[in-house]
Design a binder for this molecule. Structure first.
Ligand SMILES: *Cc1c(COP(=O)(O)O)cnc(C)c1O
Ligand code: SF4
Length: 355
């Protein structure tokens, strides 16, 4: 592991001593789900309170939530090879690490992060590479987990070299929460290594403005200076970031750190995480308070990863009222308007050009 073990708190008893968490809750949750917090994030969270603490401190409600499915996105059945999820026609996810610097209580892969069956052995990697080679339709490969930056630079480099050598892969993406949870891991050396595998995109994960610390911004700068375009995804979490002013501040702080907000996710319906769920209409109302009022660069796509594994769908509210001879709409300020929706010179409408 490239992070010193002393930088991470994985012992529930120690976590109980450092926080107001009840030791019996911690040990009961620990029997079912992994627990870990980086000292860096815990210190930050203790300074800023509930919105950060609740993301990483176990809650007794995790145990009461028993009926919710553990794999609602049907990832296990969409895995042609263990550790590879192929849901969309042209892209796939390779789970390269089972560990994270901190375990988020609302994780979509709560059923398996921190567990043994998530380690990518050389054999599994070879099988995944074999599948990618015989499936040239996959052009966009996402390395995820767990957190890929929990691997050593050398381990990650070997994986990147193997997937970069597949001629059908056009872009590689890495999903990581490391700049938020342990920014010191994102070293100059790591950035210099990653730079050799362009075109490479990195998607980060930030949920609250107080997470964008000077250290986190410096980690983002090291990646951006290596020419890596940075995006971020945010999970809408009840009582943590489900307010337009909080998200607006988060998205502007990310942009200032050269990170483009990419997705705002409705939380997945995953066992042990239901206490974080927000109503879909609240997310839509928040989007209405952002669209038009803040920089378009600061507005992510609000989306839901649909239960059953059907893929992500946009949940953004529509501003279009009707489509006919006119496209009628309401602006972000609530004014009605219309746009001519006919061809000129007058003729029958046809579908889009076949290309
Ligand atoms: C989210 C996801 C992707 C990537 O989706 P984009 O909308 O292209 O960012 C690809 N595969 C799986 C299985 C996913 O869950
Ligand atoms: S960093 Fe990502 S993969 Fe790891 S626990 Fe958090 S949400 Fe899950």
């Amino acid at each position: 592991m490239p992070i010193p073990a002393s930088a991470l708190i994985s012992d529930p008893e120690e976590l109980a001593r450092l926080t107001a968490c009840a030791p019996d809750v911690l040990s009961k949750v620990h029997a079912l789900y992994p627990i870990r917090v980086s000292r860096y994030f815990l210190e930050l969270a203790l300074r800023h309170g509930a919105p950060l603490l609740r993301q990483i401190l176990p809650d007794a409600l995790e145990l009461e939530d028993r009926e919710t499915p553990s794999d609602p996105l049907n990832e296990e059945n969409l895995s042609p090879v263990p550790c590879l999820i192929h849901r969309y026609p042209d892209r796939a996810v390779l789970l390269v690490s089972g560990e994270c610097a901190s375990y988020c209580r609302f994780c979509t892969r709560k059923r398996k992060v921190g567990g043994k069956d998530m380690r990518l052995s050389p054999d599994l990697l070879a099988a995944a590479v074999g599948y990618l080679k015989k499936t040239p339709a996959i052009v966009d490969l996402l390395l995820s987990g767990g957190d890929p930056f929990m691997l050593t630079d050398r381990q990650l480099e070997q994986i990147l070299a193997q997937v970069r050598a597949i001629s059908s892969i056009r872009i590689i993406r890495i999903g990581t929460r490391m700049p938020c949870m342990f920014p010191q891991r994102v070293t100059e050396e790591l950035a210099a290594m990653l730079k050799r595998f362009h075109p490479l995109y990195i998607n980060l994960h930030f949920n609250h403005p107080e997470e964008v610390t000077p250290e986190a911004a410096a980690a983002c700068a090291r990646l951006a200076d290596a020419g890596i375009p940075l995006g971020s995804q945010t999970v809408l979490l009840r009582g943590i970031n489900d307010a337009a002013p909080v998200l607006k501040e988060l998205f502007y702080r990310l942009l200032a750190a050269r990170v483009k907000p990419y997705y705002l996710f409705q939380i997945d319906q995953v066992r042990g995480t239901s206490h974080f769920r927000t109503p879909v209409e609240n997310g839509q109302e928040i989007m209405r308070q952002l669209v038009g009022f803040v920089s378009g660069m600061a507005v992510p796509r609000f989306a839901l990863d649909t239960p059953g594994g059907g893929g992500k769908i946009p949940l953004c509210p529509s501003y279009v009222e009707e489509l006919g001879e006119f496209c009628t709409f309401t602006t972000y300020r609530g004014q009605s308007g219309r746009y001519p929706n006919t061809l000129w010179p007058p003729q029958e409408k046809t579908g889009p050009h076949p290309g």
